[in-house]
Design a protein around this ligand. Structure first.
Ligand code: PAF
Length: 280
């Protein structure tokens, strides 16, 4: 496995692979890798001849009052995880490599970024779209892998690829969960033992909604209020949003139609966790 810190090095390696006729998969990450990331790497390794993992905590997608400085980082451990998984190349750029002084160009999107996390984290998706489009230009992958836990991010990136004619396939991979159903996330490490226990409520609420829908419940207001009530029964949980939206446009649903995205964002202390269930 190689590690590259510059765009030039990545291009040189990928160009050589291209000359050899090899296909390339990209797994974009912000590091502090867990089993969720490993499942993306595994899928990429199965579907491509070579796999690149980018590890870059992207400052542009963090708001001023968010956790950029405290975001967990452990490059040595990440490197071992990639090596053991069979990854071919880690791209680990410094901030100045991705955003040199005098950086003025951004990738942005309307509509899909206006609901859910987009409405709570202004500028977040502009940062995500900008860094992901840069990574796509740098690596030129055949396929890129993202987790379904970040359902809005996945929908936004799929649309960006379609709208801007990137010549690659975006592959969404299932959420990997802890034994109690909590979605794996680098931010879970912020939780105190009490908050960690309480955070199980996220999956329980989504599971109740899933069961209610499969038992024929169609009333969106009721589905939403039952979830709110359940999450509010947990004293350590502070709801940021509980929404039922169209799975493609991410606009609020008037009637329950497939694909529907049931998305929640809940704070436990200072830690904001997201999760979702896709009815399709
Ligand atoms: O999902 C993430 O870890 C990040 O948003 C991504 C896609 C790597 C862009 O920085």
């Amino acid at each position: 496995m190689k590690t590259a810190e510059t765009i030039k090095e990545v291009r040189k390696i990928v160009n050589q692979w291209r000359k050899e006729g090899l296909t390339v998969g990209l797994v974009p990450t912000m590091g502090f890798l867990h089993e969720g990331h490993e499942s993306l790497m595994k899928r990429s390794l199965e579907e491509n001849d070579r796999t690149v993992v980018s590890i870059f905590v992207n400052p542009m997608q963090f708001g001023k009052s968010e956790d950029l400085d405290s975001y967990p980082r452990d490059f040595e451990k990440d490197s071992c995880i990639c090596q053991n998984a069979g990854v071919n190349l880690i791209f680990h750029p410094a901030s100045e490599e991705m955003y040199p002084a005098q950086f003025f160009t951004y990738t942005d999107m309307d509509i899909l970024t206006e609901s859910l996390c987009g409405s709570k984290r202004p500028g977040h998706f502009r940062g995500v779209c900008t860094v992901v489009s840069k990574l796509f230009h740098i690596v030129s992958p055949d396929r890129a892998y993202f987790g379904q836990k970040d359902a809005q991010q996945l929908a936004v990136i799929k649309k960006m690829v379609q709208d801007l004619n990137f010549d690659l396939e975006v592959v969404g991979c299932p959420t990997v969960r802890e034994a109690d159903g909590l979605a794996k996330s680098s931010r879970n490490t912020y939780l105190s033992p009490e908050e960690r226990k309480a955070a199980g409520i996220l999956h329980q609420a989504l599971e109740c909604a899933r069961q209610a829908i499969s038992n024929g419940e169609q009333d969106i207001a009721k589905l939403r209020s039952d979830m709110v009530q359940m999450i509010e029964s947990e004293p350590l949980a502070g709801i940021d949003y509980v929404e039922l939206v169209d799975g493609e446009t991410l606009q609020p649903l008037k009637t329950l139609e497939k694909p529907a995205l049931i998305a929640v964002a809940v704070k436990f202390g200072k830690t904001r966790l997201i999760d979702n269930y896709i009815w399709e």
